[in-house]
Ligand binder design. Structure first.
Ligand SMILES: *Cc1c(COP(=O)(O)O)cnc(C)c1O
Length: 368
């Protein structure tokens, strides 16, 4: 039995009439860009995050870019972030004309290591941009203390962490968070999507201005903005899917529990800290035999992927910022050892067994 890494066709089949009806309403009203479906989704998603407000945009990358811009990040600034994330985290910093300054990750959660942040602060440092990697929150309390002490801004990359919690508080933990609704995320659009979640009305007003050409009122452009508006169809789909998110996250957590039970001892299983609620956007295990395991699973048609095989400081695009191979050993080691196993709410018991049995068989053979 083949087991895909994720199964978006199945998800659509399970909610086809609901999704089609939501999209049909947008088409009937010709509300193609922003509009009532997006307004409604913004309200509901803010509620889901226990935040005051949400502004929908057309990708997670755009959300990060606008949040940093609206917080005043500009040319010459430095933003401290993790090298072990999707490239968009660093790109958003670069899009502001600022420089991403990487700090190594904790080997347990693979999120930014707060103990290493202060050493990276310079006169130019303006913000810290932690990523809640794979759906596990970064260690926010010490990060908030450092931010406070050095008067730095905090913006959270929540693109993998819809519904994740830290000390009982939903992400964004510190106030401002950026989400992606890329189709594969825990909450995914039928295309690109993203959102900035926040509590401060001035900040959110700035984000909304930047999102749509700096225009307010009509034909008055207060600043040079962007075209980052969410499409009406995506707002409708997301509003409909949001009703299922809690239940989907619970299913992911249940699958992770089963994987943990079956795989602990043969691979390094993901950690969920006592103060955290992990939402398992990805279920990532670690092993020194990663490449061989990957080949074996490929041969069995068991979906898998590596998030991420090359930390950002070792990517060609960031070769000129003076942060080279060898500087971030925890991230570099993780890049060689991580492998993501099939994880999506609709996974069946049989599929989970298939994955676990294959992994066990691989390690049994490897021992001989
Ligand atoms: C997906 C993702 C992004 C970017 O989101 P897009 O919607 O693809 O632009 C940024 N950061 C992280 C950690 C992500 O996983």
């Amino acid at each position: 039995m083949a087991v895909p890494l994720m199964d978006l066709k199945l998800q659509y089949r399970n909610m086809r009439s609901e999704a089609d009806a939501a999209m049909q309403r947008v088409l009937d009203n010709a509300e193609y860009i922003l509009g009532s479906a997006v307004d409604n989704f913004e309200k509901e998603f803010a509620k889901f995050c226990n935040a005051r407000d949400c502004a929908a945009v057309d990708s997670g990358t755009a959300a990060l870019h606008l949040a940093l811009l609206a917080r005043g990040i500009r040319i010459g600034d430095e933003v401290i972030t993790t090298p072990f994330t999707f490239i968009a985290t660093a790109e958003a910093v670069s899009h502001c004309g600022a420089k991403p300054v990487f700090v190594d990750v904790e080997s347990e959660t693979l999120c930014i290591d707060p103990a290493k942040v202060e050493a990276a602060i310079t006169k130019r440092t303006k913000a810290i941009l932690p990523v809640h990697l794979y759906g596990h929150p970064a260690e926010m309390k010490p990060l908030a203390e450092i931010a406070e002490k050095h008067s730095l801004l905090l913006v959270e990359d929540c693109c993998q962490a819809h519904g994740a919690e830290y000390k009982g508080k939903r992400a964004p933990v510190s106030g401002i968070g950026c989400f992606s609704f890329y189709p594969s995320k825990n909450l995914g659009a039928f295309g690109e999507g993203g959102a900035i979640v926040g509590n401060d009305p001035d900040f959110m007003e700035k984000v909304r201005l930047l999102r749509a050409h700096g225009e307010k009122p009509k034909n008055t452009h207060n600043l040079v903005g962007y075209n980052y508006r969410m499409h009406g169809l995506q707002g409708a789909v997301l509003g409909m899917k949001l009703k299922h998110l809690e239940e989907w996250n619970n299913a992911r957590r249940k699958h992770a529990k089963l994987y943990n039970r079956e795989l602990s001892g043969i691979v390094e299983i993901p950690v969920e800290r006592k103060n955290a609620k992990h939402v398992y956007h990805l279920y990532v295990v670690r092993t020194a035999m990663r490449d061989a395991l990957k080949k074996f699973l490929d041969g069995r048609s068991i979906g898998n992927a590596v998030h991420y095989p090359c930390p950002i400081h070792m990517q060609p695009a960031y070769s000129s910022i003076g942060q080279a191979k060898g500087m971030f050993p925890a991230a570099e080691t993780a890049a060689q050892r991580v492998i993501s196993l099939p994880m999506y709410p609709e996974l069946s018991k049989e599929q989970l067994s298939e994955v676990c049995d294959a992994a066990k068989e691989f390690f049994k053979k490897a021992q001989k």
